[in-house]
Design a binder for this molecule. Sequence first.
Ligand SMILES: C[S@@+](CC[C@H](N)C(=O)[O-])C[C@H]1O[C@@H](n2cnc3c(N)ncnc32)[C@H](O)[C@@H]1O
Length: 299
Amino acid sequence: MGCCCSKNNYEEDGHIRFRVIDGRRYHNISNSEYFVANDGEEADRLRRYHDALKTIWGGLFHSPIEEKLKKGARVIDLGCGTGTWLLDMSRHYPKSHFIGIDFSPIFPTENLPPNVEFIQYNILDGLPFTDSNFDFVHQKFMVAAFTQAQWKEKVIPECLRLTRPGGWIEFVESDAILMSDGNATQRIANAIQSFMSSKGLNHKIGEDIPRLLEITDAFTEIRNKKKPVTLGKKGGRPGQETLIFLTRGMNTIRVWLSGAMNIMPEHYDALVEAISFEAEKTHTYVNQYRICGRKKDRI
Ligand SMILES: C[S@@+](CC[C@H](N)C(=O)[O-])C[C@H]1O[C@@H](n2cnc3c(N)ncnc32)[C@H](O)[C@@H]1O
């Protein structure tokens, strides 16, 4: 399947589409604080983690929507990345229709299954769908995508608007920092936390999503699960894959973090490398979350 990772860096009107810094490509969208790369290397990182995450959580979703999906449901994945989750879902539920949204064109564009569409769009601009359009609204790993205010004022209200009464919303999240006694792990964790809070981003948004859903008073049921995932060999194959996923993620933000920490990029690389050694010596883990909510029949 082709994807548009390799398209040039300019819009038709000459506007710069992407910024290429330190050998990595980033979006150039003014109302977004998202700081992770959007190039082929990042696409590979996202794709590779799909199977491990399925093992960690025992499947593709937790909302009780299996029967509806078998009969035919409308599903949207916000911030779909490479679309790997959506494509897997589309194979299991051929009668359902799946739409993936991402402002970075790292999703496939050719040979799509007939029940899958991808749209390049910024969630923060409000989505081009009428109210109550979807039976299932899904969003995964968007901790670095929205500020705390954007989650509350734009993202949750938009998810709610798109969900039909009685439909389900599901968020899968990970803390953006690792927990460990290791020195290098703690140094990087502290730096990520201060870098994110300087941008108004909440590095533990997964912990706050249930409260953000509750205050809308629009749900009949909210289910909330937190899972500490042990990294490295002690965590088995999923733990090893999670460590790779997260340290590769740290590589994509080297330009921002080494600057914020006031250290040379090579020093930053050495600290990220040390995280993998520390994970084998001490207990290192990351908290993941899965939050599901059923929209009230009447609000
Ligand atoms: C960490 S990736 C997760 C991708 C995918 N959900 C997954 O789990 O593999 C976050 C994605 O959100 C997208 N994103 C961030 N802010 C966005 C926004 N305002 N509108 C649309 N997509 C956004 C990024 O381009 C990136 O593909």
